[in-house]
Structures are given as C-alpha cells and as structure tokens.
Design a protein around this ligand. Structure first.
Ligand code: AMP
Ligand code: MG
Length: 402
C-alpha cells in the first residue's frame, strides 16, 4: 500500500493544464484566466449619483434649509445636458450622470418639494462629493482587473462584462469521458435479471465532472469484454481530455479494464493500492497524453476516489492553483469509531454549524463502500487517521464535499 499523498502525487504529475483559448464570458464560469485582464475603459464610465435626489452645488446649501430652483430632471441613461448654476438644482435618479456645475447630491429624503414643482427646499447642508460615484472609482482605464490564473466565478463575469469584454482568455475547459464497466450493469428501468444491478456510478461521476467545471461526456456502460472495452477506450482517448472509468480495477477475474489500459498505455498505467478506506484500489496513467482515472466500482469508493484523486487532477487540467480541497476542523458530535488497519478512513458525515459557531459532525449512516445513500446524505468526509477513531466531543478534520 502507498500513502494518499504518494498516490495523489502520481496523479498530479500526470496532469497538466490544457492550452489557452478565448471563450464568450457566459461560457467562462469555472475556467481560469490565461492572461492578465486589463480594462480598456473606466468603471463607472462617468460620475453618477448613488441616490435619488437633487444634484446641487454644495456651497449653495451651506445655509440650509435653503430653497433652490429646480431646472430639470435627469434619469438613469440620460445625458447630463442640464447644467446646474448658482441657486439651482436638478432632480436626479440613481445611476444618472452628474450634470455640469453640480458637485454633490442631496438625497430626496433631505428635501421638500414646493407645491408648484419649481422649487426645492434643501433641509440639510451637503458637502462636495456627497453621494457622487466618481468615474473610474471601481476600475480605472488601464487597470489590471484580474491577474493570470484567476478562477472565474459569477462576480468575475460581471466585472468582465462591465469593462466591455465579450471574450475572455482562459485555459480550455476539459472534456471528460465517463465509462462504467461490468457485465452486471443495467442502465434503464427494465426488470433486473438475476445477478444484475443498475448502473449508479456513471450518473454520479458525470455530475461530479460537471461540478468540477469540466464538460462530461457519457461513454455508456461496457460489458466485461476485452475487445469492447479496448475499442471504447481507444475512441474515447481520441475525443476526450481525460477519462474516468469505474469498476474493473481491483483483483477480480474479469477486470479487463486493467488489461485494456495496460495494452493501450504500453505499460504506462500505475495500479495502486492506497492506504485509505474506502477507495483503496486506484489506476492512473496518461495514455497518449490523456490522463485516465480508473476508479473502483463500489459506488461510494468511486465517489471518494473522485474527490481525492480525480477532482484535483481535473483542477490541474483547468489550470487553477486551488488543486486540493483543504480540510477544516470540526467537532465530533458522537464517537466516530474505526479500527486500526494502517489506513486513513474517510467517514461519511453530516456537518452542521453549532450554536458555538463551530462545525459539528455526526455519521450519516452505514459506512460500507456499497452504501451509496449514506454518501448522498453526507455533506462531508471526516478524515480519521489510523487508530481507534475520535471520541464524542473530540476534534476531527473534515473534507467538505463541494
Ligand atoms: P469492481 O470494481 O468491478 O470489482 O466492482 C466492485 C463492486 O462495485 C461490485 O459489487 C460491482 O457490482 C459494483 N459496481 C461496479 N460498477 C458499478 C456501477 N457503475 N454502479 C453500481 N455499482 C457498480
Ligand atoms: Mg466489475
């Protein structure tokens, strides 16, 4: 058996970020910038008001309450073509440009309109700049808004739009093929014949691939047949940036995934036994430059293996620096038991914030590697180092599931 770190090191060494490209900003969520993003224009593009109210010359309001003559109205989207002279005010709406001559805005709550609508009483003195958002206050023209290597989230996309970018330079989004293997697997609602089960893993793994910011490619179910497995893998290797298989990587008699991958990689696959539970067996190798993750078949093992190995590998393909999900400290609300076996155990838990402001965890159910429901009910994995577990009230590191 090898350690988790060693196995993960092998995986990460076989993964590299994909080439840079340009994509429309609405396709860029979860991608990583390949260049610094420099703004060609200021944001906001002009000085504007942060409040509904009246644009004034601050000096005119020093003796407040004072009456000012209302000379017009400027709505958001209108040009600031009504100058404000001494003793004058312009009614103005949030986001509208500050008219020439004005240097402050009095919010509408601090004013009183005269009956005739031609005069406004300013009730409180304003200072220069009050409620005025300066041009370029957020971003100046020529500013670097994001450095290379930025993980693009929702807010980033809005900033890119606000500086007039239509496309963004990023590392290409990986296409990741997902394949289930096993003669026992059925992938529709037909009645099960003796010995058959339904394919759970492919659906979980396709969803996990998507959650990792990659484009999932459904490669279907293949039987335990060396020819079919080989042909399916060959085709997939020519179309995908990475492959994820589940099943057929342990030491069973019909584990042809192993034979096929060994042949296709020319012996470049590593067949690992990792000192973790669940998800001990792991196959990994770059086949013709395409990383292939051979995950175990047991449904929980395949998910845990995805989190510990495939997700960091896929993040490396995406080009992010946030490769490994950090663990956080929590309190065990009950005894999380295990026995000593030389492995690190990943225990399915439900994590909730306690009144003490700390994260509290308790088991989400049975821990055998075929019990997928307790994995679905878990939102974290408690990391139990070799030993006899963590007593109720004890500290425990947990991996929050994305
Ligand atoms: P294997 O790794 O192929 O030896 O499979 C280990 C266990 O996982 C067996 O009980 C399989 O039936 C089960 N298994 C394999 N693939 C899947 C799948 N796609 N969905 C659900 N269970 C699976
Ligand atoms: Mg199998």
């Amino acid at each position: 058996m090898i350690s988790l770190d060693e196995a993960r090191g092998t995986v990460l060494a076989g993964c590299a970020r994909l080439p840079a490209t340009r994509v429309p900003i609405d396709d860029a969520l979860g991608l990583v910038t390949s260049e610094a993003i420099v703004s060609p224009e200021p944001v906001p593009p002009f000085a504007n008001t942060a409040m509904d109210g009246f644009a004034v010359r601050a000096e005119d309001t020093s003796g407040a309450p004072v009456p000012l003559t209302v000379v017009g109205t400027i709505a958001a989207g209108a040009a600031p073509d009504i100058p404000v002279g001494p003793g004058e005010a312009v009614r103005i709406m949030t986001g509208a440009p500050i008219p020439p001559g004005a240097d402050a805005v009095v919010m509408v709550e601090r004013t009183q309109m005269a009956e005739d609508g031609g005069t406004v009483m300013v009730l409180a003195a304003a200072s220069k700049g009050d409620h005025v958002r300066a041009a370029g206050e957020d971003v100046a023209a020529g500013d670097e808004v994001f450095p290379p290597g930025t993980d693009l989230e929702a807010g980033h996309l809005g900033v890119l739009a606000s500086i007039g970018l239509v496309e963004v330079p990023v590392y290409r989004r990986p296409c990741v093929g997902v394949l289930s293997t096993g003669d026992e697997l059925v992938d529709d609602d037909r009645p099960l014949r003796p010995g058959q089960i339904r394919d759970a893993n492919r659906h979980t793994l396709l969803a996990l691939v998507r959650s990792a910011g990659c484009t999932p490619v459904d490669l279907g179910v293949v039987p335990d047949d060396l020819g079919v497995i080989t042909r399916t893998l060959e085709q997939a290797l020519s179309e995908c940036d990475a492959l994820i298989t589940s099943g057929g990587v342990s030491v069973g008699d019909f584990d042809y995934v192993k034979v096929a991958l060994d042949q296709l990689s020319g012996g470049g696959m590593r067949w690992m036994q990792v000192a973790i539970k669940p998800a001990k067996p792991l196959a990994f190798g770059a086949v013709g430059g395409v990383p292939v993750f051979g995950l175990p078949g047991n449904p929980v093992s395949s998910m845990v293996s995805f989190e510990l190995f495939a997700r960091p590998g896929l993040r490396t393909l995406l080009g992010t620096s946030r490769v490994i999900t950090p663990t956080v400290r929590a309190i065990a609300r009950e005894h999380l038991h295990r026995h000593s076996d030389g492995k690190t155990h990943f225990v399915r838990v439900r994590a909730d914030w306690g009144d003490d402001g700390r994260l509290h965890v308790r088991s989400s159910g049975g821990q055998a590697s075929n019990l997928l429901r307790s994995m679905a009910l878990a939102n974290a994995l408690a990391v139990l180092p070799d030993g006899d577990g963590v007593g109720a009230g004890g500290d425990v590191e947990v991996l929050l599931l994305p």
